[in-house]
Design a binder for this molecule. Structure first.
Ligand code: IMP
Ligand code: MG
Length: 177
């Protein structure tokens, strides 16, 4: 299979992810105002957002859900650090409480940009949630409000997360060499 021939070593299996997503939904329900907007960053967070909003729903939360696309990574393993918005942003966030969701916080540039952007859009408050956090790689001070798992400096794929557009379909999270 072209571009997908690397061996993937499981880091978090489906049960581990599902269990942590359930806990995160509890933490988010307790830490967010009653009425909030989820803004997921495409494409990497799409599986996480889908699972998380359904867990929130089971807890009685009714978040609005929007996705926006930021660029930065391209096809390689290194963030370009020049993050910008690639999609139109259709939703009026004036006065809304927003929870930004991404797959991974790595150097911190993407979530820093996204948080500033949403705050400038007139949101009443902005919090962030990353499924994975690699604190060792941080280049700018950024601490997400909610984190699924802290991980070491390893390149991961699966559960929405890609390498060169591949591996997003995997139901688990793994590392590649
Ligand atoms: P940051 O701007 O460096 O914090 O990068 C965040 C983005 O880089 C995330 O949204 C991911 O899409 C991507 N990224 C960071 N680490 C990995 C990885 O291990 N595998 C795949 N993508 C990653
Ligand atoms: Mg991303």
């Amino acid at each position: 299979m072209m571009g997908q021939d690397k061996k993937v070593q499981t880091l978090f299996d489906e049960q581990q992810i599902a269990g942590r997503v359930r806990e995160l939904a509890d933490e988010i329900k307790a830490g967010m105002p009653r009425d909030f907007v989820v803004v997921g960053l495409m494409v990497g967070s799409f599986v996480f957002v889908a699972d998380l909003v359904r867990e929130l729903s089971r807890l009685g939360c009714r978040p609005a859900v929007e996705m926006i696309r930021m660029s930065s990574y391209g096809l390689g393993r290194e963030s370009s650090r020049d993050v910008h918005l690639m999609s139109e942003f259709g939703m009026d966030l004036t006065g809304r409480d927003v929870l930004i969701i991404d797959d991974i916080v790595d150097t911190g540039h993407t979530l820093t940009f996204a948080t500033d952007f949403i705050a400038r859009s007139g949101a009443a408050s902005v919090k962030s949630c990353a499924l994975l956090d690699k604190p060792a790689r941080r280049e700018v001070d950024f601490i997400p409000d909610f984190v699924g798992f802290e991980i070491p400096d390893r390149f991961v794929v699966g559960y929405g997360i890609d390498f060169g557009l591949n591996y997003r379909h995997l139901p688990f999270i793994g590392t590649i060499g």
